[in-house]
Unconditional design. Structure first.
Length: 464
């Protein structure tokens, strides 16, 4: 069966650009192209002919691209919108990203870059078909934020795992969002309307953990004044999330194994066998296979909880998501603070992208909150970032990006810094921490140039 074609509406008040785009895309059988001269015409077309993608110029008469974007996302939130802009309106492009644009592309038209962006959108749309998500927010999967390929793969696995009742073990470093993964599995499962109970096993003392998990009878121990249900009873019909499962003592591991095998347990101090229907999701930042060898974790329990394994990727492995996450947390904390801060400067974003993030997404959120608190101006600058980001040895972030997803982030970062420094090459290179020649070669590789219909190489202030 033939693949369904994707319909693109190209909106630009300059007929030359409309013709150029239509001719350049004519040989790509994945798409059907239609053009409009302004935003009002585009909305009229969209009301009668559904389109999956809209590419729109930012500065147009009658209705500009930002207004068109806001209307499209209000009326058809599932439509992907790409913004076309000149560098002199880059601030509006950033505003467009915050209003729901998928990305922005600098003029003059770079058809190869547009094709790459359209290819990413097609891949994203396919994933959305397989893993439905809240309408109108194409970078979120439940409470998880990210558009890196490694995150798309994780979303797909979560969707598949959610349809079963299998026990899941989530691994990953601290701060990678293992609890969010567990929440997403529960939210996508048939148990979504039943309880989701979180248990931090590392926070429970050895004397209280059995009572906390399985409950106790009156008089079972000093202070047990009444019968109390444990977390497994509370979670019956739903999901229990056992975080830091590796910290559970051996004695409790035996009782937990029985629950997984038999679906039953006894309260502390009781004799009644209690049956429960609970899905168990566990998480750890430890190497449980090593713990099994060291006899600190039962081998039979390890195989019981490791029926399905998911891994929360470190922030280092998804660096292309750093600008997206940084802006997400910035908006969240800016609203809470009620400060009039416009955004994160290119130089500060460069430092965020370069840092190794041992604390992962949790640490990034804390850094952005810290920066919003101490920012007294219109933008978050490097001086507003915590000292640990200044102390880490320079790793030349730009030289470490090679794969396609990170390459896109690199290009976006370079453009942002160039725009911030009025396209002065030396100043921009210093802000990025690379040599001027390195920056220029990367600009050529990414086809980054100052907007012009008549120039085909970067136009820069070279500070000569």
């Amino acid at each position: 069966m033939a693949t369904e074609k994707c319909r693109i509406l190209y909106v630009d008040d300059e007929p030359a650009y409309c013709r150029l785009f239509s001719r350049s895309m004519a040989d790509d059988d994945r798409f059907i192209i239609r053009t409009a001269a302004h935003g009002e015409e585009a909305l009229s077309i969209l009301r009668t002919e559904p389109h999956e993608i809209v590419l729109t110029d930012l500065l147009m008469p009658r209705m500009d691209g930002l207004t068109l974007l806001e209307e499209v996302k209000r009326l058809w939130p599932e439509v992907f919108v790409l913004i076309l802009t000149g560098v002199d309106s880059a601030d509006k492009a950033v505003k467009a990203m915050k209003s729901g644009a998928y990305d922005y592309i600098l003029k003059p038209l770079d058809i190869d870059m547009i094709r790459r962006q359209l290819g990413k959108i097609l891949q994203h749309r396919q994933l959305l078909k397989e893993t439905p998500q809240p309408v109108g927010d194409t970078f979120r999967f439940e409470n998880m934020v990210g558009k890196d390929q490694v995150m798309f793969e994780l979303y797909e696995k979560i969707q598949q795992v959610a349809q079963s009742n299998a026990t899941v073990l989530i691994t990953g470093e601290s701060g990678t969002g293992k609890e969010l993964i567990a929440e997403a599995i529960h939210a996508r499962s048939r148990r979504r309307d039943k309880p989701f109970v979180r248990v931090n096993c590392a926070a429970l003392t050895e004397t209280l953990i059995n009572s906390t998990l399985f409950g106790h009878e009156r008089g079972a121990f000093t202070g047990a004044m009444a019968r109390k249900a444990g977390f497994f009873e509370v979670a019956s019909g739903g999901t229990i999330f056992l975080d830091e499962i590796g910290d559970i003592p051996i004695q409790t591991q035996v009782a937990l194994l029985r629950v997984l095998e038999m679906g039953s347990f006894q309260r502390v101090g009781g004799t009644e066998t209690i049956k429960v229907d609970v899905r168990v999701i566990c998480a750890t930042n430890q190497d449980l296979s090593a713990a099994v060898k060291e006899k600190t974790f039962r081998e039979d329990l390890y195989y019981r909880i490791n029926v399905v394994s998911l891994h929360g990727p470190s922030l280092r492995s998804r660096k292309s998501d750093i600008p997206l996450l940084a802006n997400f947390f910035f908006e969240m904390y800016r609203r809470k603070s009620e400060k009039r801060i416009s955004g994160i400067s290119g130089a500060a974003m460069a430092m965020l992208c370069e840092y190794s993030w041992p604390g992962n997404v949790r640490q990034l959120a804390n850094v952005i909150e810290h920066s919003v608190i101490f920012c007294q101006g219109r933008q978050i600058l490097p001086d507003h970032l915590p000292k640990e980001l200044h102390q880490e040895p320079h790793t030349d972030f730009l030289l470490t990006l090679h794969d396609s997803s990170l390459s896109s982030a690199e290009a976006t970062l370079i453009r942002a810094v160039l725009e911030e420094h009025d396209w002065h090459l030396t100043q921009s290179a210093e802000a990025l921490g690379v040599a001027r020649g390195t920056l220029y070669s990367k600009m050529e590789r990414h086809h980054i140039m100052k907007p012009s219909l008549f120039h085909h190489r970067p136009i820069l202030n070279t500070d000569i």
